[in-house]
Write a protein that binds this ligand. Structure first.
Ligand SMILES: Cc1ncc(COP(=O)(O)O)c(C=O)c1O
Length: 392
């Protein structure tokens, strides 16, 4: 057989990590066979459309014309935008020097891992986890070490975390609100995580980096409240995205915010160098300018909240066991059949697409993205209930 020109690592990625891509391909096939309207694809984490005010800011930015408008620019972003981002973080001591504008939260996480960790280091992450975390680590020669969350509460299992830390642990990555579970890290939970890291640091003489993936930072639904990781642990970085709340996923914009204790001239130069080494160079200039044109970055997330309520209530109405979606854009549902893959396949035969939990390293659940219409969500969840009732 002819050997693929792809590297062994890439080939393994394609074979192992393809659940979301497979669901995407299946959706495309079903749509082309049966027409768009007959398929309800809730497998991908698409944001709602960008609000009008954001689209107008993009158009204004694209129309701007002055010398150097399209030239190379500072690797970490426009200085005035970094100041705005520091205000967005909203923590005393966080200034423009703490900010790097990046290609989304993905770029921010990769930048942090490249800037602060060395090949051979271990990165602990909490399952269910965003499937890109392992490849982000592996491309930097880092080993991703998963640790299961407590299934009933979706909180970090502190005892399991303690057991996962080793002398080679250099970072812990947490995601709040979580994709896929919708869990928002609580105050006592963050405090317990910080205690574990501090204790480990004292014992090993290392300083574990806490990477907080806040891709869904503004999508927190009351009574849940966002907890400020910077208040709990100094050696922390935040990865923020504008993909979801502003609907700018395709534009690739976000930022990395460093705790003030991590900043300095040398660190700034290091981040610049990593932006280039990672091939990002800088986040798109036009979308950076668009953010500057927005009077406020507090975009209403009422549209998301309404869909969250609708989807959760429709799931509960058909007796599905759903983790409380405190934030984000997903329902994390226990499979009503013993074999989640079989259940997900049965739903696909009814033309409802969701993502099996195995994609997030947890087999007994599946993920459903609720950024659809209320009508489609009702139909999808009614189907999910009917298929569940057939039993297996
Ligand atoms: C948990 C999580 N982290 C990071 C990302 C990457 O986000 P971005 O589009 O900002 O790179 C996503 C995107 O879906 C996500 O769900």
């Amino acid at each position: 057989m002819k050997r693929s020109p792809l590297s062994r690592w890439t080939t393994a990625q394609v074979e192992a990590g393809g659940w979301i891509r497979r669901m995407f391909a299946q959706g495309q096939q079903l749509r082309s066979d049966h027409g768009d309207d007959s398929v309800i694809d809730l497998s991908l984490g698409q944001p709602l459309d960008a609000p009008a005010v954001v689209r107008e800011a993009l158009m204004r930015a694209a129309a701007e014309d002055y010398p150097g408008r399209n030239a190379y620019m500072p690797n970490l972003g426009y200085p005035e935008l970094r100041e705005r981002a520091a205000e967005d973080v909203g923590v005393a001591g966080v200034t423009a020097a703490c900010i790097a504008m990046t290609g989304g939260a993905a770029g921010a996480i990769c930048l942090a891992l490249r800037a602060f960790l060395d090949a051979g280091d271990e990165v602990v992450g909490v399952a269910p986890y965003f499937p890109e975390f392992p490849p982000y680590c592996e491309t930097g020669g880092l080993t991703f070490v998963p640790v299961r969350a407590d299934d009933a509460s979706q909180r970090v299992d502190i005892d399991a975390l303690v057991r996962a830390l080793t002398d080679r642990t250099a970072a812990l990555i947490i995601n709040t609100p979580s994709n896929p579970s919708g869990h928002v890290i609580e105050h006592d939970e963050m405090s317990a995580i910080a205690d574990v890291l501090q204790h480990h640091n004292r014992r090993t003489g290392r300083r574990i980096l806490l990477v907080v993936d806040e891709a869904y930072r503004n999508l927190v639904y009351e009574p849940a409240r966002r907890v400020e990781a910077f208040d709990h642990y100094e050696h922390t970085v935040l990865a923020r995205s504008f993909s979801k709340d502003m609907g700018l996923a395709g534009e690739r914009i976000g930022y990395l915010a460093l705790h003030p204790s991590l900043t300095g001239e040398e660190i700034g130069r290091g981040l610049e160098s990593c932006m280039r080494a990672l091939g990002m160079v800088n986040a798109s200039a036009t979308v950076q300018r668009a953010l500057l044109h927005l009077d406020s970055w507090q975009i209403s997330v009422d549209g998301y909240r309404v869909l969250r309520d609708h989807a959760r209530d429709a799931a509960l109405a058909v007796n599905l066991d759903v983790a409380e979606p405190q934030g984000g854009i997903f329902l994390w549902i226990r499979s009503p059949w013993p074999d989640t893959l079989e259940y997900v396949a049965a739903l696909a035969r009814e033309r409802v697409l969701v993502t099996p939990g195995i994609a997030f390293a947890v087999e007994e659940r599946f993920r459903l993205c609720f950024t659809s219409t209320p009508d489609r969500l009702s139909r999808a969840l009614a189907t999910a209930g009917e298929v569940a009732a057939r039993g297996r």
